[in-house]
Design a protein around this ligand. Structure first.
Ligand code: KIV
Length: 271
């Protein structure tokens, strides 16, 4: 795809400058070409090829089953659609934990085969070696703290994290450590707004919240939730901007009716 020279691509440096001047960052998930084109044209700053694809695209209960090759398929479709947004790709479960050599080779595969601009992984100091190794290859890394869905079987539930003092302290020190390691930004998922504010104010790098309240430097939602394509997931933090499940269902019912009645296609819709 040819690059439109009028459009200034978002870089990790631009995101950091946005934080410095107090401009909020918008981020949404994308998993396919058509949706990514719409979101990019609308002007979203960051597109996250999240491992939530495991849930919303493949229908799995958790993010654990999605593979590296499946993430690369989704990511390369998104990259082909984008002219402006920074494309960040999740390293899936099992592609980086406990093995920094594997973390680097998974990252390189994503960068080479999908053409991604950055990667995201979940966790704090316990994955320091992997983060440092990826950064040493020149790949920008986004951290992810709070509710980290790849650890769902450790947590047991998807409820708000870091409400207790000890977990909040660990999150604060992990956030500083991720910044010190060289991460360019940090997702804070489902933590108390007061804690997200404190962490955001303590960092130079931007924080992107999902269920972290008003004071993070940016916000991210799963696009299928924001557009109302998924309908059973209704956490407090989610604002639905459309009810597409019902709209698509209605349009499909009308199409079926028209086909059955012989009203589609009509004379102007044929050759
Ligand atoms: O996979 C994902 O969609 C995410 C966001 C919820 C931040 O990690």
């Amino acid at each position: 795809m040819s690059v439109n020279k009028e459009i200034k691509r978002i870089t990790v440096h631009i995101l950091q400058a946005m934080k410095a001047r107090g401009e909020k960052i918008s981020m949404l998930t994308a998993y396919d070409y058509s949706m990514a084109r719409i979101l990019d044209e609308a002007g979203v700053d960051v597109l996250l090829v999240g491992d939530s694809a495991s849930n919303v695209m493949a229908g799995h209960e958790t993010t654990l089953p999605i593979t590296l090759d499946q993430m690369i398929y989704h990511a390369s479709s998104v990259v082909r659609a984008v002219n402006r947004a920074l494309v960040v790709v999740d390293l899936p479960f099992g592609s980086y934990q406990g093995n920094s050599t594997k973390a680097l080779s998974s990252t390189i595969k994503i960068m080479k085969e999908a053409g991604a601009h950055a990667i995201k992984l979940e966790g704090g100091v316990e994955i320091e070696e992997s983060i440092r190794r990826i950064l040493s290859a020149g790949v920008p890394v986004m951290g992810h703290l709070g509710l980290t869905p790849q650890s769902i079987y450790k947590f047991g539930t998807y409820t708000v994290r870091a409400k207790e003092e000890a977990e909040a302290e660990k999150l604060k020190s992990d956030a500083l450590a991720l910044q010190e390691m060289g991460c360019f930004a940090l997702v804070l998922e489902k933590i108390p707004a007061k804690l997200a504010k404190e962490v955001s104010e303590s960092l130079v790098i931007p924080t992107i919240g999902i269920g972290g309240g008003q004071h993070t430097d940016g916000q991210v939602l799963v696009t299928h939730d924001m557009l109302g394509i998924t309908k059973d997931f209704q956490p407090r933090f989610l604002r639905r901007y459309l009810e597409l499940f019902e709209a698509i269902k209605g349009a499909t019912e009308q199409y079926i009716k028209d086909v059955k009645a012989g009203e589609f296609p009509n004379e102007t819709e044929q050759y």
